[in-house]
Every structure is written in structure tokens, then in C-alpha cells.
Design a protein around this ligand. Structure first.
Ligand code: SF4
Ligand code: SF4
Length: 442
């Protein structure tokens, strides 16, 4: 019998072999870091430091009172050089704290307790908030917010996402293989913080070594490993909940409406570091891969290190001519116009696509083949949404349920006419947001 999965979706070429067997290595200490004040879903932080201030590795340098937000910490020892607008891997310019390093590092020791019986749920939520922990699969939603459901919504299951279904990326694979005990401990901490009785780790069948490592770390008890078919986008929250638990999140609702909180395996490991090492989220594992980089690697990179510096530690770009550098994987990643952008909390990978593999901007008329409809995991009509998004027909766009689109890119991937459907859908959503903001300002 095949492994569990969801309806529709696609089987792209994964190219995981480029880095799957490569151990995580520590990236070089950057001389300068650029730390954006917005690295998470929700409100941007305000600086707690000013130009000229000395800062320590791990020191909180920005925060905000808003409920949906996460504080930001310095990833190096040094001095604040400036607070200025700087390029952000999300494609905008964002106020950022620029820190010049002094070349020293801090040694993190296990000063906290690993005994979960000694920590209350309130303490856990507070530690997770103060450590600035966000979803590390890419969405960067503040984790402490997910752990505080509104009254009347009970969480019975924490579902850890170890699917890593994006092609090229293997950072989560390596965490599960190299630090399975941290992942399982983090899952137990999340269960304690929410009162959830069950813990599940969802992992795709194409990571057999990580499956074995997790099985050993779990041992027994109320934590289960669920092995899923390798299919894209298996790691999307709604798909994972359907495949792993058989529950369907209704349109417009959240996982907590069906009693579930989903977190990434990297987030669980970061929670261990926050509680036991009292270490905030100041670095993360990044997969640097693709046919456009000389030496694909998995590196533990300090937040704020520039893409350029990271790529240089991977032998630099491969060959000549046009190259596409993406923040993330090729399905959902955002193309960068400069390598001066920093690695942020949600940067799971840097994918570099060489000239020969870059998709052309030319596309043909729709031939009504319905391949996009067959691929869409949300059961939408992508060809219509693409047209409405492109033509600024916002009422029709909304009426055809555009807001249920999870921006997985399956539709663009399968389209034989090479129509950039996801790009048009994102444009349509951007217009809807602008309209809503205008209406709210009236
Ligand atoms: S319409 Fe949205 S959810 Fe459906 S395949 Fe396209 S990007 Fe994915
Ligand atoms: S896959 Fe492309 S060509 Fe086929 S129906 Fe969808 S948009 Fe049209």
C-alpha cells in the first residue's frame, strides 16, 4: 500500500541529492550583518538600540508590543553602524539594523533545564516569545502566537512538519538526521505549552535515514511518526493535516479550528536551544543549492549575513550569464535582484538556477487543457484566477475563491503554455489587499 497523502499535487524533480548527504557546517562569522526589523508575519519591530551602541550576540535589539510579532536579536558581537532602509529577501526595502562585528563570538552553554516537568506552559510560551522564535519553514509566523489559541479552541495535536517537499532544500532533512533528540524534545515542549495530548511528526518517504533517526529518538509514548508520500506540496499545512490526521480545515479557517497546531521541525529544534541554552533565534540552517552554485552545501548561518557572503562560501556562482537566485526553493521562492539581501529567520534555502534552466518570460494562450485544475491541491480553477488577477478583475478574482490559494505554484509548474499563473494570482491578491486597506482608511 502507498503512503498517506492528499488529493492532486505534483511530483517535480527534487534534486535533493545535491545536498541531502552534506552535514551541516558552521558558516564563517560575518564582518557585518544587516538585520531587518520585519522578519516575521505581523507587526514590524521597533529598534531598542541606536547608532553607535555596542551590542552582544543574543542581545534583544528590536521588539514591539503587538500580539502578532516576534522580537529580534543581534547575531554577532559588535557595534550598531546604522539603522536604515535596506533590501529585504521578500522583495521590498525594510528598516534594518546594521551591525559591524568585532570578530569575537559568544559561547552558548546549557544553562537552562531540559526537564519539562520543571517548566510551566506559561513559562514555555514566554521563553519562545522572548527568543523571537517563528515558523522556520518559510512562513515565519510567530510561534508563541500559535500557542495561545482564543478561548474555546482546544488543541489536541501538535503536528511537526518534516516533509520539506520543496525541490533542492534539505535543511530540515539534516536537522532530523543530525539533531533528532532536539526535534522530539521541542515537540514535547510544544505539547506541554498547549496541553495537546498527541504529537505527530509528518515526514516524506524519501528521507529513510531521518525516519530511522527519529524513530530511535521518539522511543514510544504519545508521539507518532507518520510517513507520507513524497509529493508537492505535502508540507503545506492544510495538506499535511489532511494526510497526517485525516482532518479537513474548512475554507477560511485555521488549523486550530480542527484542534491542530502545525510547526516546522527546525522550529522545534530552535525551542530546545531557547529553553536549554537560553539562546534566541540568531542563526539557522540554510540549504544553498541549485545548478548555478559551485559547491552546494548546508550551512548554519547567522541571521543578517548577506546572500553574497553565503554564496561565496559555496564557491560562488557557477558559469557565466544570467543566473536566478531565489530566497527559498524553486516552487515558492522569491527571485532576488541583489545579493546584498540578508538571510532572515524564514530563509530555509538559497536556490541558484543557471542561465540554461531559467524559465523564459514568454507564454502562449491558454489551451484549456485543465492540467492546472488537476494539479491544484486546493481544488481551485487556476486558469481563471490567473486571468482575473492579471486583468485586475478583483470582484471575479475573489468570487472564484482566490483567497484559498496557498501559492504553491503547482499550476504554473504544469502549464504547457508556460503561463505564469502564480505570479498573476499573487498580483491579484496584492490588489485585493490594497483595496481592503483603502476601504479601511475611509
Ligand atoms: S491556484 Fe494556488 S493553490 Fe492552486 S495550484 Fe495554483 S498556486 Fe497552488
Ligand atoms: S494548464 Fe495552462 S493551458 Fe492548461 S488550462 Fe491551465 S492555464 Fe490553460
Amino acid at each position: 500500500m502507498g503512503h498517506k497523502t492528499f488529493d492532486r499535487g505534483i511530483h517535480p524533480a527534487y534534486y535533493k541529492e545535491l545536498t541531502a548527504a552534506k552535514k551541516v557546517e558552521q558558516a564563517a562569522l560575518p564582518k557585518t550583518v544587516i538585520i531587518p526589523l520585519q522578519q516575521h508575519a505581523g507587526a514590524a519591530c521597533a529598534p531598542l538600540v541606536k547608532k553607535g551602541d555596542a551590542v552582544q550576540e543574543g542581545q534583544k535589539i528590536a521588539d514591539v508590543q503587538a500580539f502578532v510579532s516576534a522580537p529580534i536579536h543581534s547575531s554577532i558581537n559588535g557595534k550598531v553602524k546604522d539603522i536604515e532602509l535596506a533590501s529585504h529577501p521578500g522583495g521590498t526595502r525594510v528598516m534594518s539594523i546594521v551591525i559591524e562585528g568585532d570578530g569575537t563570538t559568544r559561547e552558548w552553554k546549557a544553562e537552562g533545564s531540559a526537564d519539562l516537568n520543571a517548566i510551566t506552559p506559561d513559562m514555555l510560551r514566554e521563553i519562545i516569545r522572548e527568543a523571537g522564535i517563528v515558523g522556520m519553514g518559510g512562513a515565519a509566523f510567530p510561534t508563541s502566537v500559535k500557542l495561545a489559541p482564543p478561548k474555546g479552541k482546544a488543541i489536541d495535536t501538535i503536528l511537526l512538519n518534516g516533509c520539506e517537499c520543496e525541490p533542492f532544500l534539505t535543511a530540515d532533512h539534516r536537522i532530523m538526521l543530525e539533531e533528532p533528540e532536539k526535534v522530539v524534545w521541542g515537540l514535547k515542549a510544544l505539547m506541554k505549552a498547549t496541553g495537546a495530548a498527541n504529537g505527530i511528526i509528518g515526514i516524506e518517504e524519501n528521507k529513510p535515514d531521518a525516519i530511522e533517526a527519529l524513530k530511535k529518538a521518539i522511543g514510544g509514548g504519545n508521539i507518532k511518526l507518520v510517513i507520507l508520500e513524497a509529493k508537492y506540496p505535502q508540507g503545506a499545512e492544510k495538506m499535511l493535516i489532511k494526510a497526517g490526521l485525516g482532518r479537513k480545515v474548512p475554507p477560511g479557517k485555521l488549523p486550530l479550528d480542527v484542534g491542530v497546531v502545525v510547526n516546522n521541525v527546525g522550529t522545534a529544534a530552535a525551542i530546545y536551544d531557547a529553553v536549554v541554552y537560553k539562546k534566541p533565534l540568531i542563526e539557522r540552517i540554510v540549504t544553498i543549492s541549485g545548478n548555478g552554485v559551485r559547491e552546494p552545501r548546508n550551512l548554519r548561518v547567522r541571521i543578517g549575513t548577506s546572500f553574497e557572503e553565503v554564496l561565496n562560501q559555496c564557491g560562488g556562482l557557477n558559469g557565466t550569464g544570467e543566473t536566478e537566485v531565489l530566497n527559498g526553493g524553486p516552487m515558492m521562492g522569491i527571485a532576488q535582484s541583489t545579493l546584498a539581501v540578508p538571510v532572515i529567520k524564514g530563509t530555509s534555502g538559497i536556490t541558484v538556477i543557471s542561465a540554461a534552466s531559467i524559465k523564459s518570460n514568454n507564454y502562449d494562450p491558454c489551451i484549456k487543457c485543465a492540467s492546472c485544475v488537476s494539479a491544484c491541491p486546493m481544488g481551485l480553477m487556476p486558469y481563471r484566477l490567473g486571468d482575473y488577477g492579471k486583468a485586475a478583475m478583483t470582484a471575479d478574482f475573489k468570487a472564484w475563491d482566490a483567497l484559498s490559494c496557498i501559492e504553491c505554484g503547482c499550476c504554473s509548474y504544469v502549464c504547457p503554455a508556460k503561463r505564469p499563473l502564480l505570479q498573476w494570482i499573487r498580483l491579484g491578491k496584492y490588489r485585493l489587499r490594497k483595496e481592503a486597506q483603502k476601504a479601511a482608511a475611509k
